[in-house]
Design a protein around this ligand. Structure first.
Ligand code: PGA
Length: 256
């Protein structure tokens, strides 16, 4: 896992955009997995600056609430259009975003796995982390080999949702989520976390034992995971100074 520590959320977004544009320069028809939540919003703002870069990109996303149609402002589908898709050039046939208003979520889950296989796998998957250690909606206890499936959300996740949802919005209890195993199959993972509220779980993810109790610890097993943090999210890391030194000096070992 490569740990990059930036001074603040703005610098974090800038660094994350560099990673995405770097991948796009290598492969213009990148298979890009998007994430939702507060954390990637800054990244999406930076990506919108070069709308032409996305003309050939194949888009996927991690998860979606049950029952919410893409037109619902609380759906992740709506969120991704609002923050990124509608601002960048894209081919509608390359949009493979999940939708929650389907009769058979199990069938949709299988279909997503098949679509990912059909395009040759996800090249770059953007990730956030929940305070409970979830990635996508793989709540604590999720099998580290799990595939895309319907999932029941934990109380702590529902509580986070309540804080950010408009008042009166009903709180979804179920979602469809890529599995931990599905996420681990992506060739490059780009995890972003900012703010002091994430400091404890980031320490567990980076320096704790690998366990399904903290699904994000699976990143320790991934061959290419880039973790970009701001100072606040990195503040509880035992080896914070070491990670900074390694990143600043990586040119010395020919990785730049
Ligand atoms: P956040 O959500 O970016 O809003 O903190 C992250 C997550 O729950 O995956």
């Amino acid at each position: 896992m490569e740990i990059i520590i930036e001074p603040d959320a703005t610098a974090l977004a800038e660094r994350a955009a560099q990673v995405v544009f770097g991948e796009l320069a290598r492969k213009p028809d990148l298979v890009l997995g998007l994430a939702t939540g507060k954390t990637p919003v800054g990244l999406y703002e930076k990506l919108r600056i070069r709308p032409e870069s996305f003309a050939k990109v194949r888009f996927f996303n991690l998860d979606e609430y049950f029952d919410l149609p893409p037109s619902d402002p609380n759906s992740f589908n709506y969120f991704l259009h609002f923050h990124l898709i509608k601002h960048v050039q894209h081919d509608p046939k390359n949009l493979h975003l999940l939708r929650g208003d389907v009769k058979d979520p199990e069938a949709l889950s299988r279909e997503l796995e098949e679509k990912i296989r059909a395009v040759g796998g996800i090249d770059l998957q953007v990730l956030g982390i929940g305070k409970n250690g979830h990635i996508a909606f793989n709540e604590p206890g999720s099998s580290l080999g799990s595939r895309t499936r319907p999932k029941t959300l934990e109380d702590s996740t529902l509580e986070e949702y309540r804080k950010s949802a408009p008042s009166g919005a009903s709180v979804p209890r179920f979602a469809i989520t890529m599995g931990v195993g599905t996420i681990m199959d992506a060739r490059h993972l780009l995890m972003l976390a900012s703010g002091a509220g994430k400091a404890d779980i980031i320490r567990e993810m980076v320096e704790g034992a690998i366990t399904s109790e903290v699904p994000a610890t699976c990143l320790q097993l991934h061959p290419k995971a880039t973790v970009i943090l701001d100072e606040a999210a990195a503040s509880r890391l035992k080896r914070r100074d070491y990670y900074k030194w390694v990143f600043e000096n990586k040119w010395r070992v020919g990785q730049k």
